[in-house]
Each structure stands twice: as C-alpha cells, then as structure tokens.
Design a protein around this ligand. Structure first.
Ligand SMILES: Cc1cc2nc3c(=O)[nH]c(=O)nc-3n(C[C@H](O)[C@H](O)[C@H](O)COP(=O)(O)OP(=O)(O)OC[C@H]3O[C@@H](n4cnc5c(N)ncnc54)[C@H](O)[C@@H]3O)c2cc1C
Length: 500
C-alpha cells in the first residue's frame, strides 16, 4: 500500500517523517545529497557536504516554539539533542538589570530556546529519524518530477507519486525510480521546484508571492578556549547600528557564531565577507568584542556568505478551492522569510507536526484534506510571512531614507512611507523595546512573540500589555535617545579598510 513520500531530508522533511511515522504512516524520505553524514557531530560540522542546505554554515536560532514542540511531541529528539551537548537558553533567568520584578512567573518554563549549531540539529534529528520504525531514508535520491492523474471536469488533478533518480551503487550509475504515494510532502527547501513539477502535470493557478529580503548574511563560527567561561549574557547579544545588524548566537559544545546582516545595496560593506575585516569588525563592536578577543575563543571556520535571500509564500488552495490534491509543501518549500528573524526552523517543525495531524485524520489526498493542509499555512505561517515582509520593507525604506535616494524609497513603498507603517515601527522601537527592558509583563509578551509562542500582533491585542507599551511610547520625546553601541558608519568603514 502506498505510504507517504517526503522530498528532502532537511528540518521540515525529517520532522514530517518522524511525525507521520508516529501517526502510523510508512514514510520514504528521498534526499538528493548522497552523503549519509559523518559518524560524529563535529564531523557533521566540518565535513558534511550540505550543498542543498548552504545556510547550515550560518548561525541558527532555535526558538522556544521549536523546543516546546520537541518537548511535547518528540521528547526523545529533545533528549538526544541535550545528550549531544545542546543547551537550553532560559530567557527569563537573566532579565535586564532595570526590570521592575525579576522574579519567576507562570509560563516562564515555556520561554526556553536551544543553543545549537544547525549541523548538530540536523545530525541528531537524522539519527532519531533513521532509528524510527516506519521510516526509510534514501540518500542520493533526487526527485525529478511528480506522477499524477490529470484533472477532469469537477475533479481537481491529483498527485499520486514521484519520479526520482537514485544512486545505484551496484551499477555505478543513477537509476530511475518511481514511487507511488498516498501523499507527497515537498520539503525540498527554499529552491523547491514544485511550481515546474506541477506545471508539467498540467496544474495551474496556485498562489505564490515573493519579496527581496534586502540583506546579505555573513557568518563565522568560534569555539571557546578550554577553561574559559563565555562572556556574561545579561542583555541582548546583538544590535542594529542602522547601517548593519549583528548578533552572537550561542551554539552547542562551547561553540558560538557571529553574524552580520548587511543591506544588499551597500557595496562598501562587502569587505565583511573576508576573514580579516570580519574579525576586525567583530572586535570593534562592544557586544561582540568580548566573545572574539582571542583569549576567550578562536575562529573555527572561514567566513560564510549568503546572498539572493528572498521571502516566499506558496499556497495550493485559492479562493477555498484546491488546485491539486495529494501533495503538500512543508517548511521553506511553502513559506520562507528573512533569516534575520530566526523563524524558519521553528515554523518548519510546527508545520510538519500540523501536516502529520491532518494526514493522521485519514485520506490526506482528499479535497477536504487539501483545504485543511492549506489552512495551516493561512493560520500559522502566513501571519509571520506578512509581518516579516512588512518589516523588511520598512527597514529598507528607513535605510534608503538615511543612506540612499528617496526615489527608491518611493518605489519600495509605492509613494511616501505610509504613516501606519511608520507608526507601528515607532511603537515597536520607542514603546515595546524600551518597555520590555523595565516592565516584567511587557518583557514576557515581547519574548513570547519573539519565540513564536503568540501571534505577531498579540502584544497590541492584549489591553494590559498594549496600555503599558503605549504609555512608554508616549514618553518617547522626553527620554534621552538610546545610545547606539558601536562605531559610526564612517568609523566602521575605516576599520574594514585597515583590515582588508
Ligand atoms: C542564511 C540563513 C540563516 C538562517 N537562520 C535561521 C535561524 O537562525 N533560525 C531558524 O529557525 N531558521 C533560520 N533560517 C531558515 C532555515 O534554515 C530554514 O527555514 C530551514 O532550513 C527550512 O528547512 P527545510 O527542511 O524546509 O529546507 P532545507 O533545510 O533547505 O532542506 C531541504 C532539503 O531538501 C533536499 N532537496 C532539495 N531538492 C531535492 C530534490 N529534488 N530531491 C530530493 N531532495 C531534495 C536538500 O538537499 C535539503 O536536504 C536561515 C536561513 C538562511 C538562508
């Protein structure tokens, strides 16, 4: 009997396989990369070829939403991560020094993220999936297209399986493979070829939208030297200098990474993609300096860069009607956004568990199931897509206003920046963020949103929190401007030039 075929063995594909197999499905995961991965996690970090997942070489935040899903639905995976040196980051244990009430509160047990390298996460998850009854993982199998039944009058087209090229070690060449499936899960990531596969089947009319993130990512990993404690983490280990964003990401096994997010239009900052200027820059910022000073930690990788970052959302139900059944995009194949927000893996894991719940309710290839599967995107992923794209546009508009020409600002926002967008930005910057430094109630609301435990707008929908935020916002002109910790852009360019 056909089971479920999952295309791609990344976070979304592996979690889908785990969750679906626990609902009783036989699952086959086809992963294009041939390497099953090194035997140990440090090998996974330094030697695992992940050409299909280039972001594995970049910093990853694993938010409380993801950690709590593992705690509640896959405790064996969470335990395996912790056994392999991943640590839990308890956000409320070190509140800002100015907070009005530093004591614990109900719900704090949910505000816990994971300090973990992406390669460690995938390596551990993959081992858990490989050990799961009901899952067969096929490395070196690249899906080339879908099999399906065309639509007829009154019936939408239905996907019935996949076509793949699989490494055939016995014959020393790739062999064609056709696998029937009750449900095909497309978890092939941000470069999914689902649109062309659907078009080949004669399917049309799905909904897709996309927007440039406007940033370029530059990351490097470090390891703490033996016997050295990490610098104190009693405040944000990151910041926004206007011309650039940066952060330190704690990892597993005494590793951490530093990432710079640069506006794509700013070629003057490109030296940051080289090790010398990267190190000089990290040493120049007050927040990162203590981490990279050479007596605390040493770099363990070169500098990795990632460009052409776009946000995208794809939906197979339009106007309440499915354009195809028997296939569902999950994780980045359905929705991906600016990586700076650190939400992709958490949303992918949440998406995978929700898809398994729908499939577990029976007949996942029905039109009713297609609508239920799409509802997951509409209710849980789309709000984050919308808020990410809106924030990217506001950030770029602000950057253009400060550094670029006003014409491109107009193009970006279709005229002058709409007052509502500016207002929301101001409420976050001049109300929510300062209030979260002093008010324990607002801090919790802020952390819940940051960790995807509430909706993007929840802090303004709770009357108590909204009143506290607005009270701080209304005093914005009477407060001294928050000091920007770091060099001016001209000083920073000088630092880069001296190190180039
Ligand atoms: C620079 C950067 C930084 C990021 N930082 C964060 C962060 O801090 N926190 C966070 O949560 N998220 C972050 N993200 C997002 C996160 O990496 C993604 O959301 C996550 O990888 C999505 O998982 P996925 O399984 O959908 O896709 P992927 O992880 O991309 O996996 C897709 C898999 O499918 C395989 N595949 C592709 N095509 C085929 C095919 N035809 N046949 C078979 N297999 C195929 C690939 O080889 C790959 O293994 C970041 C992203 C980027 C780009």
């Amino acid at each position: 009997m056909p089971g479920v075929v999952v295309i791609g063995g990344g976070v979304a594909g592996l979690t889908s396989a785990l969750a679906l197999s626990r609902q009783g499905w036989e699952v086959t995961v086809l992963e294009r990369e041939a390497s099953a991965g090194p035997a140990d996690l440090e090998g996974a970090f330094s030697r695992w070829s992940r050409r299909g997942v280039p972001q594995a070489r970049h910093s990853h935040a694993f938010l409380a939403r993801l950690r709590n899903l593992l705690r509640d639905r896959a405790p064996d995976v969470l335990a395996a991560l912790l056994d392999n040196g991943v640590t839990e980051l308890r956000f409320t244990e070190n509140p800002p020094p100015e907070i009005d009430d530093p004591g614990p509160r109900p719900g704090d047990e949910d505000l816990v993220a994971l300090a973990c390298r992406r390669t460690t996460f995938d390596w551990v998850l993959r081992r858990c999936v490989e050990a799961s009854p009901g899952v067969s993982l096929v490395p070196g199998a690249a899906v080339e297209g879908l099999a399906g039944v065309p639509g007829t009058r009154g019936r939408v087209p239905r996907v019935t399986g996949v076509r793949a090229l699989a490494a055939d070690a016995g014959r020393g060449r790739d062999a064609s493979l056709e696998l029937p499936a009750e449900l095909v899960v497309d978890a092939s990531g941000r470069n999914s070829r689902l649109p062309s596969w659907l078009a080949e089947l004669g399917v049309s009319g799905w909904a897709e939208e996309s927007e440039d993130c406007g940033i370029l990512y530059s990351s490097r990993f470090y390891r703490l030297l033996d016997g050295v404690e990490p610098p104190p983490q009693d405040g944000p280990i990151g910041g926004d200098l206007g011309y650039m964003k940066y952060a330190v990401f704690p990892g597993d096994n005494r590793t951490f990474s530093v990432t710079f997010g640069l506006p794509t239009g700013d070629s003057a900052m490109r030296p940051l993609l080289q090790p010398g200027p990267f190190q000089a820059a990290a040493s120049a910022l007050p927040v990162t300096r203590a981490w990279v000073d050479g007596v605390t930690a040493v770099p363990i990788t070169d500098v990795a860069a990632m460009t052409k970052l776009r946000s995208r959302m794809r939906r197979l139900v339009v106007g309440g009607l499915p354009v195809v059944t028997g296939v569902v995009p999950v994780g980045d194949a359905a929705v991906h956004t600016n990586p700076l927000y650190g939400r992709g893996c958490s949303l992918a894991v949440a998406h995978a568990f929700a898809v398994a719940d729908v499939a577990g309710a029976g007949n996942p290839a029905s039109e009713a199931a297609a609508v239920a599967l799409d509802h997951i995107i509409a209710s849980d992923l789309e709000p984050w897509y919308r808020v990410s794209v809106a924030q990217d546009l506001q950030e770029r508009a602000a950057w253009e206003r400060d550094h670029g020409d006003r014409d491109s600002l107009g193009t970006l926002l279709g005229g002058d920046a709409p007052p509502a967008e500016d207002l929301m930005r101001s409420i976050v910057r001049d109300g929510l963020l300062p209030a979260a430094r002093t008010d324990a109630v607002v801090l919790r609301a802020f952390l819940r949103g940051l960790n995807l435990l509430s909706s993007p707008t929840a802090f303004m929908e709770d009357p108590d929190v909204a009143a506290r935020v607005l009270a701080v916002w209304q005093e914005r002109d009477t407060r001294p401007a928050a000091a920007v910790e770091g060099p001016t852009k001209d000083e920073f360019l000088g630092i880069l030039a001296a190190a180039a």
